[in-house]
Design a protein around this ligand. Sequence first.
Ligand SMILES: *Cc1c(COP(=O)(O)O)cnc(C)c1O
Length: 494
Amino acid sequence: MKEYLGNEEGLDPSDWEETRALGHRMVDDMIDHIANIAATPVWSPIPDMVKDSFKEVIPKSPTDIAVIYEDFKKNILPYSLGNINPRFFSWVIGTGTVFGGLADMLASIVNNNVAIGDHSALYVDQQVINWCKEILNFPSSGSGLLVSSASIANITALIVARNAVSADIRKKGIHSLKGRLTAYCSTETHNCISKAIEIIGLGTEGLRKIPVNDDMTINIEVLKSTIKKDRDSGNIPFCIIGNAGTVNTGATDSLDELLEIAWQEKIWLHIDGAFGALAKLTPRFKDQLKGLEKVDSVAFDLHKWMYMPYEIGCVLFKNPELHKAAFSGEVNYLAAHERGLAGGPETISNYGMELSRGFKALKVWMSLREHGIEKYKRLINQNIDQAFYLGGQITQMEDLELLIPVTMNIVCYRYNPGGHSEEELNIMNKELLMRMHEQAVAAPSYTILKGAYAIRVAITNHRTRKNDLDTMLQGTLRIGKQLLQEAERMTFKI
Ligand SMILES: *Cc1c(COP(=O)(O)O)cnc(C)c1O
């Protein structure tokens, strides 16, 4: 014990000048890194030695910060996901911005807990939610919450939708209901919805996965008849989950028809618009996504198509009372006071699951001011233009096949030189994609469409230019030809 007595310590630097100098170097290096990103490989495999370096046990004694930073540059930075590269098109992943990153640094250093108290960050958080409403032209009387992702935004919405069924649910659980709660979504709906439905106690069988039309949108007639069947058998249909931009192909369900059904059936309409909701900012989708203004709730990400650094998503609710009723609680240690530090707005934990929250609103607040919303509109539109351009190029190229017409920012295609079975094409395209990554040509991802392995290109990248897409197509053709030759020589088996 003795050694601790009278020997207080903290975590601030012992040498402020050393920390300042390193901080400056970090900023310089990171700005260089982004400025030169187009010239760096989109993806590099991680050497085993580097992987092994992450198996060391917890450090017991201090390491010089300059050494730690060198390790970051040597072992972490070069093996990044690649999503800040102009030729990254995998899954639906955002790019972030330099200023957004600097904003995150400020948020981290001031380290506000944006949950409770009376401090500026709470007001910035609220202003950003208001801006999110403006982005979607959502009613200003609605409420919202900034969360880490669309997955969390979606489950937050589904909790509110479930609790809106009966005032008894919070106390007695769903067992107090006379029938089984059922929700509806298309088979193309993101997996986070299934997870959310399971977690809120309905079981995946409580989620009716409605088949899709050829264009991957929900089949409205089947939806209607399934809801009727559920009602007839004593179940309680409570929520439809529609898509604004599906993850596989970017399909958007008919919001107008979903709204009509929800009104008629008096059930909640939630939209997963993780990235697609933002397409509402473009002239192309202005009308098609007008229905977003009338839905009960919508979830979307700001780290995907608003190009904010990870993590930030948002959920909006038409009815603030129902939103609050699902989460609020009277707890003596969180009660607001008339004045002083606890004299601020109501705790944000009354509107969601999280209590402690970081200052993720700051990067949105700073980025939207840096560029203005008009710039984001143009960029989202540019990404859609690029997807249509890519689709057009693929259609014109002999050995490439567009697997589904482009509707938003996602393009699914494959190498198909003719004369091969579906199975052979699947094997060939999977190999082709892996080589495209290994050779750092570009980084699209994959999906399966009607049994066909698809190279899937999702463009939510403000650094992409059309020539990056041309590079990817040339790479596809080159690697495809190579695979054919190897198949002939029996060095690659299809
Ligand atoms: C990405 C995505 C999600 C999940 O969002 P996260 O931010 O990754 O949690 C949900 N739905 C769709 C359509 C998506 O593209």
